[in-house]
Design a protein around this ligand. Structure first.
Ligand SMILES: Nc1nc2c(c(=O)[nH]1)N[C@H]1C(S)=C(S)[C@@H](COP(=O)(O)OP(=O)(O)OC[C@H]3O[C@@H](n4cnc5c(=O)[nH]c(N)nc54)[C@H](O)[C@@H]3O)O[C@H]1N2
Ligand SMILES: Nc1nc2c(c(=O)[nH]1)N[C@H]1C(S)=C(S)[C@@H](COP(=O)(O)OP(=O)(O)OC[C@H]3O[C@@H](n4cnc5c(=O)[nH]c(N)nc54)[C@H](O)[C@@H]3O)O[C@H]1N2
Ligand code: SF4
Ligand SMILES: [Mo]
Length: 598
């Protein structure tokens, strides 16, 4: 039987399940994106993870009926909120929104993930279409820009064979080590890199005038805009020489280029400007709507679909959620106490919620704080549909294991509808078919997103095509100039170590965000003089926490690297929202390292 991996990951691998007991799974060679192998998280971690098996109320184990009765009571309050994480990205996760709408509850808006970048894409292209895998395959050069593909998107590797590879990343990642050229960029300077490259492209007349005249006719204004950026000062600020810029240009001019952009470039207040600048560079080179060209970011997986779970509800920020304003908060498929920025503040907020309900698979920082704990079924144990933000394929998720543990999102919604006497919930099959019936199919019978086009933007931009590309024309940078930051920097001068370091928080190969293996490490360049295994306290203006040093020459010496499965990481991160896209800005912060004196 076929199913798909429900973990929040670019690859969205198809799974083949053998009906043995215990069940066995493996990858599917015929899946265009999965190429036959699953990753260690699916082969091992998920089977070893300890599940929550029994519901709890105030720490006491209870039956599912008792727990649901308590949930029903809790939702009879005046102000209720559903905060959904991305622990499972199947479409049926959103069915619970139908209940929240019925009771006049509140949902969230904004993103902890890719929202800033998406806003930048929408500003230029009007719609965020996924670049099909076959176009990546046809490229001459692939520029991997802030995406750690061997960890987060490993199934893309076969598509890169035989290509020139350029990596722009502050860390010498595994793919950077294999690349033809690695630009170990200073964090948060990608906007300048994109604009400078565009400026040089114009200077040497390598721009694609023919394409721009048809699809991006305001290019003269963009040319002027790039000229407002002073070359010498900016290269100096970035710490990049003319030689490196020249080398970059060699990989861009007169060839088929794909930019593979990850979330790394946009975990900043100016994240949308970064994607808008990268897209503007791509437009200068005429890289849209052509074979083997394009910018691949996290696409809108629900694009092109009618969504049966679309509801009209009041919404609060998912980044700075005012939990304490609600009497009842249902946390579904997430771990806000650890995954949200400024987690000390988040935990204070959560403590003040009268009825905190945790609905998930595993114990975590949020389940520990919850009054009611409802175990969920995992994606092997229920039916669903898997869309992807990394490619165009859609998969049916079948139940491949019966389990006595937990309850599915659909069943919980059904029980709540019944208890409140609400009508209008369709059958589970109805919703599954609703999603699947909208898909296209390729010649091999693989399901495709209805938004799939072989050459996105071939006919132009906007929802319908036919619109022009809109170049970036302003950039407001406020980080280096914020009063708060200057004050903090001045104060930190009196501390034993007066340097501040960029805090990078990429993903770990051993975890899926805070699911599975957790860590307590900070990776530092040996040049900083710390010892392997040493305890250090990192602090920022938001909080501090102790970490164990792991030396790593691949990290720039002006950065510290803490993967996002690490305990206490988000005590250091700011609860600010990006200028566009209502996104978290996890890396808009610099930290101080202090030796632990105990
Ligand atoms: N500093 C820093 N922080 C970050 C990031 C970063 O880059 N830096 N990355 C951010 C990003 S990109 C993301 S997407 C977020 C993710 O943050 P969250 O969305 O909070 O995800 P997790 O922390 O992985 O928690 C997922 C939980 O979902 C539950 N779960 C899994 N499957 C199911 C299911 O089928 N049903 C139900 N009901 N529950 C289930 C599990 O119990 C698991 O504990 O983290 C963000 N946090
Ligand atoms: N194994 C595994 N896979 C995952 C996940 C996981 O937790 N574990 N999480 C999933 C989720 S929710 C998401 S959103 C995706 C995200 O996957 P990716 O898009 O790969 O995101 P990250 O791992 O956060 O960071 C990517 C890279 O950006 C670099 N970077 C950091 N700051 C900058 C910068 O200022 N400029 C540039 N150019 N690069 C920078 C980092 O060094 C890192 O190599 O991965 C998904 N896949
Ligand atoms: S986590 Fe990603 S790579 Fe691993 S099996 Fe799931 S979709 Fe595939
Ligand atoms: Mo994410």
């Amino acid at each position: 039987m076929h199913s798909a991996c429900g973990l929040d990951c670019y690859d969205a691998c198809r799974i083949v399940a053998e009906s043995t007991s215990p069940f066995k799974i493996h990858g599917d060679k015929s899946h265009p994106a999965g190429n036959g192998a699953l990753c260690a998280l699916l082969n091992k971690a998920i089977h070893e993870a300890t599940r929550i098996e029994t519901p709890r109320i105030n720490g006491q184990e209870v039956s599912m009926d008792e727990a649901i009765a308590a949930v029903v009571e809790a939702f009879k309050c005046e102000r209720s909120l559903l905060w959904r994480g991305s622990g499972n990205v199947g479409v049926m996760q959103s069915v619970t929104d139908l209940f929240i709408e019925k009771i006049g509850g509140t949902l969230t808006k904004g993103s902890l993930c890719d929202g800033a970048g998406e806003a930048g894409i929408l500003a230029g292209r009007g719609i965020n279409r996924t670049l099909p895998l076959e176009q990546i395959k046809k490229a001459d050069t692939v520029v991997i820009w802030g995406r750690n593909i061997t960890v987060t998107n490993a199934h893309l590797m076969p598509y890169l064979e035989g290509k020139k590879i350029v990596v722009i990343d502050p860390v010498r990642t595994a793919i950077a080590k294999k690349a033809d050229f690695h630009l170990q960029i200073k964090p948060r300077t990608d906007y300048y890199m994109a604009i400078m490259l565009a400026r040089f492209i114009f200077m040497e007349s390598s721009e694609d005038i023919e394409w721009m005249e048809e699809f991006a006719p305001d290019f003269a204004d963009f040319y002027d805009y790039t000229r407002e950026h002073r070359i010498k000062a900016i290269l100096e600020y970035m710490g990049v020489g003319l030689g490196d810029m020249g080398r970059m240009l060699d990989y861009l001019r007169d060839q088929k280029v794909v930019f593979i952009v990850g979330t790394g470039v946009q975990k900043y207040s100016i994240g949308s400007s970064v994607l808008h600048a990268i897209d503007s560079l791509a437009a200068t080179l005429g890289l849209f709507g052509k074979e083997g060209c394009g910018v691949s970011y996290l696409g809108n997986s629900k694009g092109g679909f009618d969504n049966p779970f679309a509801v009209k509800c009041p919404r609060v920020s998912k980044v700075t959620t005012p939990f304490s304003k609600f009497d009842t908060v249902l946390v579904q498929g997430g771990n806000p106490a650890e995954s949200m920025p400024d987690s000390l503040h988040v935990c204070e907020e959560l403590e003040r919620v009268e009825n905190l309900i945790y609905f998930g698979l595993y114990e975590n920082e949020t389940s520990k704080r919850a009054k009611i704990v409802i175990p969920a079924k995992n994606f092997f144990e229920k039916e669903d549909v898997r869309l992807s933000y990394g490619h165009q394929y859609v998969e049916e998720m079948h139940k491949i294991q019966e389990s006595s543990i937990g309850i599915s999102e659909y069943e919980l919604t059904q029980r709540l509808f019944e208890a409140f006497g609400f009508e209008g919930l369709h059958s589970k099959e109805h919703y599954l078919e609703f999603w699947l019936d909208q898909c296209k199919k390729d010649e091999e019978g693989n399901l495709l997103s209805p938004a799939y086009e072989e050459l996105p933007y071939e006919e132009g931009f906007g929802e319908e095509g036919g619109e022009e590309f809109v170049f970036i024309d302003e950039y407001d940078d406020d980080f280096i100039n914020t009063k708060r930051f200057r004050k903090y920097r001045k104060e930190s001068k009196n501390k034993p170590k007066d340097e501040t370091f960029w805090l990078l928080s990429p993903k770990s190969s051993k975890a899926l965000n805070t699911q599975f293996a957790r860590s307590n490490k900070v990776e530092l360049h040996p040049e900083l003089g710390y010892i392997e295994g040493q305890k250090v306290i990192l602090s920022s203006e938001y909080g501090s926490h102790e970490f164990i040093v792991s030396l790593n020459e691949d990290v720039r010496s002006d950065c510290v690297l803490i993967t996002n499965n690490t305990f206490g990481l988000n005590k250091l991160t700011p609860s600010i929202v990006s200028e566009e896209g209502e996104n978290a800005c996890y890396q808009e912060v610099k930290v101080i390292i202090n030796k632990d004196e105990e």
